[in-house]
Design a protein around this ligand. Structure first.
Ligand SMILES: [Fe+2]
Ligand SMILES: [Fe+2]
Length: 412
């Protein structure tokens, strides 16, 4: 019997397959962008990575949902070669190399795939897929352009030594591997994988620590973990205290979430979706601090930056780290938040009050994430069945080790 005429359109099963591949590539990029935020020395780049990893989580989710709508199974029968990509990325010598692998190799190839799919699906039957592809490609191209611009502006990244040979090899390997994946062929053997890995390790003089054990700040920023609250502060000093030593420092929370994203494997997709949003929120909270400081005439370079809380949290396991952040630190932050909000309202400080209102809405959601995922993390990592006891244990460790800048202004 003759094969049915394809009429130039790809089939239901092909479209479903590409959606699934797209989901896995976006998830992979989300995880790696989140993971390199602590090691990234450029401040604006940290903020861009926070946004992009969240956009990638939205892309991944749309591709996943559409895969399921077409009755595909996003987690089943995934092309085996895809699992090699994170192994290759883990050999990156530095953040500059990792950026190149993601923004110059993976993202443009994903855009090509999705654009090709957008042109070749049945325009009526598969219109929802077309719509998703168009949106994702527009955003991906914006991401690529913005990182190119930031790289040019960043002195820290401009002078990164010896990343190009590793990148050239990685780009070629990813290119060949993805051809295999896109064509649904299985020519990428274990032997080819081992050869590729050896080549990448040979070309990386050292390997980027993932996640970093310490959070990096730009060279012209001062790192200092203990800062005294101002005594009898003026209004300006109080705002600097609240926005500069409160909000601005929340980059550390984002960095902790980036490490958790990389370290905790095998949770349901929705966990990573929540984690990604949580991470981006913390980057935004830090930027809320930055924006408010600019409004009152304070430059970023005038501030001190804390990194010690990120460091000590890296010394505990990722599940306890997540519970400490959500169910100890964030859950316990509301009384001070409300008191400060009340103060801004009484003084008719609209800009400060609005910042606190939006922040409180985000933080309420973060505590809900913690309550939602703690039981599953506890059972997965065998942390017992008593959540309250674990939260208490985390609280005691946090009280002992945290550098706390969220005290009220007053005697130091
Ligand atoms: Fe926050
Ligand atoms: Fe938060």
């Amino acid at each position: 019997m003759a094969q049915p005429e394809k009429a130039g359109y790809i089939s239901h099963s092909e479209s479903t397959y590409y959606l699934k591949i797209g989901f896995h590539l976006e998830k992979m990029m989300m995880e790696h962008l989140a993971a390199i935020i602590p090691a990234m020395p450029d401040w604006a780049m940290k903020q861009a990575l926070g946004l992009h990893q969240w956009q990638d989580s939205i892309h991944a989710n749309e591709l996943r949902v559409r895969t399921k709508e077409l009755r595909g199974r996003p987690d089943k029968q995934v092309h085996p070669a895809l699992s090699y990509i994170p192994v290759y990325l883990a050999t990156a010598p530095n953040v500059r190399a990792m950026l190149a692998a993601i923004y110059e190799s993976m993202k443009p190839r994903l855009v090509d795939l999705l654009q090709e799919q957008e042109k070749s699906v049945f325009p009526v039957h598969d219109a929802p897929t077309q719509h998703i592809m168009k949106q994702i490609c527009t955003e991906e191209k914006e991401q690529i352009a913005s990182i190119k611009l930031l790289e040019r502006l960043s002195a820290e990244l401009y002078n990164t030594p010896a990343w190009q040979p590793w990148y050239a090899a990685c780009d070629q390997i990813i290119g060949e591997l993805l051809v295999d994946v896109f064509r649904q062929s299985k020519t990428w053997t274990e032997q080819r994988h081992q050869e590729a890995l050896r080549e990448l390790v040979r070309l990386a003089p050292e390997q980027l620590e993932l996640p970093a054990s310490q959070a990096i700040r730009p060279e012209n920023f001062q790192v200092q973990d203990r800062v005294s609250a101002p005594v009898n502060p003026s209004r300006r000093e109080e705002l600097i205290w609240q926005f500069g030593y409160g909000y601005l420092q929340e980059m550390q929370a984002a960095e902790t979430l980036g490490s958790i994203m990389y370290e905790i494997k095998g949770m349901p997709w929705e966990f990573y979706l929540d984690l990604s949003r949580h991470l981006w929120d913390e980057v935004r909270h830090s930027t809320i601090g930055e924006v408010r400081l600019k409004e009152i005439g304070v430059a970023l370079e005038e501030m001190k930056y804390m990194t010690g809380n990120y460091s000590w949290r890296q010394e505990i396991d990722a599940a306890r780290r997540y519970i400490t952040l959500t169910l100890v630190i964030e859950a316990g932050s509301f009384p001070l938040r409300h008191m400060r909000l009340k103060g801004h309202m009484e003084l008719n400080d609209y800009l400060s009050a609005q910042a606190f209102l939006y922040d409180a809405a985000d933080e309420t959601m973060h505590v809900q994430y913690g309550r939602k995922w703690a039981p599953e993390l506890m059972s997965r990592y065998r942390l017992g069945a008593d959540l309250e006891a674990l939260v208490q244990e985390c609280r005691e460790a946090n009280d002992k080790r945290t550098f706390d800048n969220n005290r009220e202004p007053g005697p130091a």
